[in-house]
Design a protein around this ligand. Sequence first.
Ligand SMILES: [Fe+2]
Length: 246
Amino acid sequence: MRALVVSDLHSNAAALRAVFKRVRRKSFQEIICLGDFVGYGAEPNQVLDAMRTVRPKKFYIRGNHDRVAAGLDDGRTFNAPAREAAFWTRDHLSGPNRKFVERLTVGPVDHGGVLLCHGSPYDEDEYVFTESHAAQILESFDSRLILYGHTHLPVIFSVATNGVVSGTLVRGEGKFHLDPDRRYLINPGSVGQPRDRNPDASCAIVDTQRMTVQFLRVPYDVKKTQETILRAGLPRILADRLALGT
Ligand SMILES: [Fe+2]
């Protein structure tokens, strides 16, 4: 499998377009999305139309914001701006896009030996930040590679045969060679709302034959996305944070 892996697009069409443009000359057979197509941003239909019609094979799973935007959950656990944006999204989705988010596959799902989930394999809403949490997951699930999103942070956790887990927050771009004797829990970061104080869209190209993961950071027109958020009347904080990468 050689896949472009994206997550947490969050209705940011300019960021997604920039990612697609950046990877145009790179070869991959499929696109994997780990959820949160929508929420926070003001361009849910542009993002969903692009993701539904993009050429390569697609393998997509649902995120917690997709669940609330689809009306499958009342968003009670969300903070106020997130909830407001999810409800706004619910009101603005086109018919086909609403159906698409309603029917998204719920993780965890095994995809050719790679386990895909939004939050963690235990729970769509669970955040994986720490090595001890990663250790617990890598102990419970025996996939060689687990891909997850939700935290909006590009991260590699790995476990050696002696059970010791180490984690790295990936700063900027970088290509990593995966050790066949280790198992991995990898987050490609967020396309539409990065939170590692780098506003550039984040994604990864995962190659399970060559055992490599290439993290990419892609600048995009943040101002343009901020304007769409403010024009839609969504909370200002959702626009402001994009410039800070928080
Ligand atoms: Fe998210």
